[in-house]
Design a protein around this ligand. Structure first.
Ligand SMILES: *[C@@H]1O[C@H](CO)[C@@H](O)[C@H](O)[C@H]1NC(C)=O
Ligand SMILES: *[C@@H]1O[C@H](CO)[C@@H](O)[C@H](O)[C@H]1NC(C)=O
Ligand SMILES: *[C@@H]1O[C@H](CO)[C@@H](O)[C@H](O)[C@H]1NC(C)=O
Length: 420
């Protein structure tokens, strides 16, 4: 039963390689010129990456627990920590409860992903960076803990000029026209937070910074906000470790856990995009059939997913990928390069239960260089995009961009640099 949780989580977890530091260990940062009462300081709102937001849950009478123990808190109205709850994860009796309560289900009537009936969830600490996951040094690196420290050293104060926009990482923005209550709610909350941050700071426009999965939320938020609103409220967008191309690991994770594939709306977000990887780029190779980013629906079928999976991919996830575009606010993209990154999976005899042979290319350990370079054309070359800058950090891992000493220094000076 604990393996059920393991399977579910492996779709969310990024492997340890992403936690690994690049060449330079974190160092005490130089104090930057800015202080809290610097009249030039713009407020900043941070969106962290996958699994970095924490979730609380409560169980109503409608909950049908997989075992009596899982229903113990039913109807009590008590909110408890669903993610991250190390006690429940490590307890063999409670792990299956966690697996059951953490998954989403697709509701064909509402045409939307929602919690299992009887499970209510909420994101912990919206508005602040204080509840970003930091229960271990690795999670502190991955979840902006070091970045927050560096910003605080530079004079930013949480709740005054520094704000956090954690989100339900199990969800994903869906194509316009597809119901997605979770993302609609997040957009309302983030809009209100940005306006609040600006108001609290003399009406100054706000810097938004995202890492990894947070970038999909931030970019869709910006692109679906009216242009006059963006011009009024957004000073700058800093997108770290996000590319338009997705990543191969998302395919491998689906292959290893097809049964959990429909348990999260975010399961398809990372799949390689046909907008970046053309019909000449093989992603998955077998003796009888090869798959490119154009063949994802066939790939989903080949690994044993029900037809609903391909439909959801084509109607909810793919249009968002194809619509990846310039936010039309001043933007800086920061990505690691020079790290071996999965570029092709070989299941030669077509047996997807076996471990693939992996071919590596250049990237940040997760995102391929081709995807980072595509930012230059998809955002940088858009004639409406007036300011675009891309920073490529050599030898820096996906999470190193927001945690390595030198990378952090660069990111913070970039944020301070947009103040003028
Ligand atoms: C962790 O989960 C268990 C059961 O799922 C719950 O009883 C406990 O209160 C949770 N911990 C926290 C800190 O909420
Ligand atoms: C798939 O690609 C491999 C490697 O390029 C090639 O050897 C093989 O013939 C291709 N298979 C098919 C069915 O096209
Ligand atoms: C596929 O590989 C798995 C794991 O190695 C093995 O148990 C299974 O029998 C293989 N299936 C086929 C059809 O060869």
């Amino acid at each position: 039963m604990a393996t059920q949780l393991h399977r579910l989580l492996s779709l969310l977890f990024l492997p340890f390689i992403l936690f690994r530091r690049g060449s330079s260990p974190p160092q005490p940062l130089h104090r930057h010129a800015a202080t809290g009462d610097d009249p030039g300081l713009h407020p900043i709102v941070l969106l962290p990456g996958n699994t970095c937001s924490q979730l609380e849950a409560r169980l109503t009478d409608a909950y049908r627990p997989p075992s009596p123990q899982c229903g113990a808190a039913k109807g009590s109205g008590r909110w408890f920590r669903l993610w991250k709850n190390a006690t429940a994860m490590e307890d063999p009796e409670l792990a299956p409860c966690l697996a059951d309560q953490l998954r989403l289900v697709y509701d064909p009537v509402a045409r939307d992903f929602r919690n299992v009936p009887g499970v209510e969830t909420r994101v912990l600490g919206f508005g602040s960076t204080r509840d970003f996951l930091s229960d271990s040094p690795a999670n502190k690196d991955l979840c902006m803990g070091r970045l927050v420290e560096a910003l605080e050293q530079a004079g930013y104060r949480d709740g005054e000029i520094l704000f956090g926009a954690p989100f339900d990482f199990r969800q994903a923005p869906a194509a316009p026209g597809q119901p997605c209550r979770a993302f609609a709610r997040f957009r309302r909350q983030l809009r209100a937070l940005v306006e609040h941050a600006s108001r609290k700071n003399g009406g100054k426009p706000v810097v938004i910074m995202s890492h990894s999965q947070g970038g999909y939320f931030a970019l869709e938020f910006l692109n679906r906000s009216p242009l006059p609103w963006r011009r009024r409220y957004i000073k700058h967008y800093v997108m770290a470790s996000t590319g338009p191309g997705g990543f191969l690991l998302a395919m491998q994770q689906l292959v290893s856990n097809p049964s959990a594939a429909l348990s999260f709306a975010s399961g398809f977000t990372g799949l390689p995009s046909p907008k970046v990887f053309g019909p000449g780029t093989l992603l998955v190779v077998t003796r009888v059939r090869n798959y490119t980013a154009q063949d994802i629906p066939e790939f989903l079928e080949a690994i044993g997913l029900p037809p609903l999976a391909a439909t959801l991919y084509e109607t909810r996830a793919l249009p968002v990928k194809l619509n990846f575009r310039a936010p039309v606010v001043p933007t800086t993209c920061i990505n690691g390069v020079g790290v071996p990154t999965m570029k092709e999976l070989v299941y030669w005899d077509g047996n997807f239960s076996k471990s693939p042979e992996v071919v590596y290319g250049d990237g940040d350990g997760l995102i391929l260089l081709a995807s980072t370079l595509a930012l230059d054309t998809m955002i940088g070359d858009d004639p409406r995009q007036e300011h675009y800058k891309s920073i490529k950090l050599a030898g820096t891992y996906h999470a190193g961009v927001i945690s390595d000493g030198e990378a952090l220094e660069r990111v913070v000076s970039e944020i301070l640099g947009v103040q003028e």
